[in-house]
Design a protein around this ligand. Structure first.
Ligand SMILES: NC(=O)c1ccc[n+]([C@@H]2O[C@H](COP(=O)([O-])OP(=O)(O)OC[C@H]3O[C@@H](n4cnc5c(N)ncnc54)[C@H](O)[C@@H]3O)[C@@H](O)[C@H]2O)c1
Length: 495
C-alpha cells in the first residue's frame, strides 16, 4: 500500500521511468525529478486530443478502462502498486482471465505504445491532464467503510498533480466522500484550488466483469462534479473517451449524463446496487415461504414479472462478490437509519444457514445424520465462471457445516487443490465418496453434474437453481425456492 496522505508536497528520489519516457518522450518534466514548485495560478487551456490519462488501479475494472481510453485515442499510463500487474500489462498479458476481448485490445494498445504501465503513480500523474482512480473501497470486520486504499491512492495522486488536471473517482463511494474527504486531500497536498486549477468529479463505474467493453457502450456514463467547472471537464473527457449504443428505452439519448453533483453520482451507484440486494432479500423471503407451502417460487416470480410493475429477482444461497453485499454497507454509512437496507442484508446473510438447515432436514428424513457426514460444497467462487472468492457463500456454508459436526469438502473447477487448501478448505474430487452436497456457485458444469460423480450422495440442495432433477433420480434433490419433485426447471439465481 502507498504512503498515507501527506500535508506538504515533498521532493521524492528520482525513480526509473524508462518505459514511460520511451512512450512519452515529450512529456513535461515530472515533479518527482525536481522539487515541486508552487503551481501556476493561471487559467488553463481546454484539454487537447493528445492528452495523457493516468488510470490508478489496473484491476478487473481499471485495466479494461485504461484499454478503452487508449483505444479512444488517449495516451494512457496505468498505475498500480502491484509490480507483477505492471509487468504483465507492459508485456500485453492479461493479469486475470475472463474479460471478453481484453487480450486482443490490450495487445493492440500496448503494441502501439498508447498504453504503458508503472508502479510510480506520482510520476504518471505529473504527465497527465486527466487522472481516473478506480481502486477498491472495502468494508472492515464491523462492516464499516475502510478508506485506506482510496486514501493512499489519493495521496499518491496529490503529490504531483499539475494545474488544470481533472481527477475522476470511479470507485464506488459512500455519499459525500468525494467532496468532504478526497477532494480536500487532493487540494491540500497539491496546493491547487478546487474548481480553479483542480477539477474533481465522481463517475461511478457500473460495468459487469466479463463484459466490460459491451457495458461501457451500453450504459450511460454518469458524471457529477464538485462544481460546474469540474462537471464540464468530466463531461468533455468521457464524451471523448466513450462511445455509446443507441438505446430507445432510456429517458434521454444514451451518452454521458450529468447527474447534478458528486453526491448524486455516488448515490446513483449505491441506489442501483442496494436495490438489487433488497430485491434479492425479498425473493429469498418469498422463496422460503413458497418452500413451506410446496409452491415453486420460480413460477411465482415469472408470473408476477409478467406485468411491468414487478421485477422480482431470483433467490440464492448467498450474495457475494465485491459489490452487492458491500455497497448497502456504504449506503448505510451515509444513512444509518435506513432499516430496510439493514434488514435486507440480514436476510441475505441468513441464507447459508437456511440452506444448511434444509439439507439437515432432508438428511434426517432419510435417516442420515448431518453430524459426521461428508458434505460437498460445489463452488468456492462467489458466482459461476468467475475466479473470485470475495464474500463468497462458501465461507459461511463451510463454517455452519463444521459447527453442526459435518465434514465440509469443497469443489471448484476454477481452483486447484493447493489454492483451495490455502483458503482453508479440504478439496473434493468427483468420484470421492460423500453423503451430501450443496450447490453454492452456478458454474456451468454443475448443470450437467450427475449423481454418479458424487458416489454415495444421498441428498443435494441446489442453492442456485442450476441442477436438473432428472439427473438426481435416486438422490433427494432440493432446489432453493422449488419444492422437491416440482417438474419445472428454471433459470439461475442472483449473485
Ligand atoms: N469488480 C467489479 O465488478 C466492479 C464493477 C463496478 C465497479 N467496480 C468498482 O471498481 C473498484 C475496483 O474494482 P476491481 O474489481 O477493479 O478491483 P481489483 O481488486 O480487481 O483491482 C484493484 C487494483 O488496484 C490496485 N491498487 C490498490 N491500491 C492501489 C494504489 N494505492 N495505487 C494504485 N493501484 C492500487 C491493486 O493492486 C489492484 O490491481 C471497486 O472497488 C468498485 O468500486 C467494480
Amino acid at each position: 500500500m502507498s504512503a498515507p496522505a501527506v500535508d506538504e508536497p515533498t521532493p521524492e528520489p528520482v525513480r526509473e521511468l524508462s518505459l514511460l519516457e520511451e512512450a512519452f518522450p515529450s512529456a513535461p518534466v515530472s515533479p518527482v525529478d525536481a522539487p515541486i514548485a508552487e503551481p501556476a495560478r493561471a487559467e488553463l487551456p481546454e484539454a487537447q486530443p493528445d492528452d495523457t490519462v493516468t488510470v490508478v488501479g489496473l484491476g478487473k475494472i481499471g485495466l479494461p478502462l485504461a484499454v478503452q481510453f487508449a483505444t479512444a485515442g488517449f495516451r494512457v499510463i496505468g498505475a498500480d502498486i502491484n509490480p507483477d500487474v505492471v509487468d504483465q500489462v507492459n508485456n500485453a498479458l492479461e493479469p486475470f482471465p475472463g474479460e471478453a476481448d481484453l487480450a486482443r485490445r490490450l495487445g493492440e494498445v500496448v503494441a502501439d505504445r498508447r498504453l504503458t504501465a508503472t508502479t510510480d503513480t506520482a510520476a504518471a500523474v505529473a504527465r497527465s491532464s486527466t487522472v481516473v482512480i478506480v481502486v477498491p473501497l472495502v468494508v472492515d470486520a464491523e462492516a464499516r467503510p475502510d478508506f485506506s486504499i482510496v486514501d493512499a491512492a489519493t495521496a499518491d495522486v496529490a503529490r504531483s498533480l499539475q494545474p488544470g488536471t481533472l481527477v475522476s473517482y470511479e470507485t464506488t463511494l459512500p455519499v459525500g466522500t468525494t467532496r468532504t474527504r478526497l477532494a480536500p486531500a487532493l487540494a491540500k497536498a497539491s496546493r491547487l484550488r478546487l474548481g480553479k486549477d483542480l477539477f474533481v468529479v465522481m463517475s461511478p463505474e457500473r460495468v459487469y466483469s466479463g463484459r466490460i467493453f459491451a457495458d461501457l457502450a451500453r450504459y450511460p456514463k454518469l458524471v457529477g462534479g464538485l462544481d460546474d467547472a469540474s462537471t464540464q471537464r468530466g463531461l468533455a473527457f468521457y464524451g471523448r473517451a466513450l462511445t455509446f449504443d443507441d438505446r430507445d428505452d432510456l429517458p434521454m439519448p444514451n451518452g454521458v449524463w450529468e447527474v447534478g453533483n458528486s453526491e448524486a453520482a455516488e448515490l446513483v451507484k449505491l441506489a442501483e446496487t442496494t436495490y438489487r440486494d433488497v430485491n434479492i432479500a425479498l425473493a429469498n423471503t418469498f422463496a422460503v415461504y413458497a418452500d413451506s407451502l410446496g409452491i415453486d417460487f420460480g413460477l411465482i416470480a415469472d408470473a408476477a414479472n409478467s406485468q411491468p410493475f414487478s421485477q422480482l429477482h431470483r433467490p440464492g444461497v448467498h450474495v457475494g462478490g465485491h459489490c452487492i453485499p458491500v455497497y448497502p454497507r456504504l449506503y448505510l454509512a451515509g444513512d444509518p437509519g435506513a432499516r430496510l437496507v439493514s434488514v435486507a442484508r440480514e436476510v441475505n446473510e441468513e441464507m447459508p444457514g437456511h440452506v444448511v438447515g434444509l439439507l439437515a432436514g432432508r438428511l434426517a428424513e432419510l435417516g442420515v445424520r448431518l453430524d459426521g457426514a461428508r458434505v460437498v460444497v460445489l463452488g468456492a467462487a462467489y458466482r459461476g465462471g468467475v475466479k473470485e472468492i470475495f464474500h463468497s457463500g462458501v465461507f459461511p456454508l463451510v463454517r455452519r457445516l463444521g459447527e453442526l459436526g459435518a465434514i465440509p469438502l469443497v469443489h471448484d473447477p476454477l481452483y486447484s487443490d493447493s489454492e483451495l487448501r490455502a483458503l482453508g478448505f479440504e478439496p473434493y474430487h468427483y468420484g470421492d465418496p460423500c453423503e451430501a452436497a450443496i450447490v453454492q456457485a452456478d458454474h456451468e458444469e454443475y448443470a450437467d453434474l450427475r449423481a454418479a460423480q458424487l458416489p454415495g450422495v444421498r441428498a443435494i440442495v441446489d442453492g442456485r437453481g442450476v441442477t436438473h432433477a432428472i439427473d438426481w433420480q435416486d438422490v433427494d434433490h432440493t432446489v432453493l425456492g422449488r419444492p422437491s419433485g416440482a417438474a419445472a426447471q428454471r433459470g439461475g439465481t442472483e449473485s
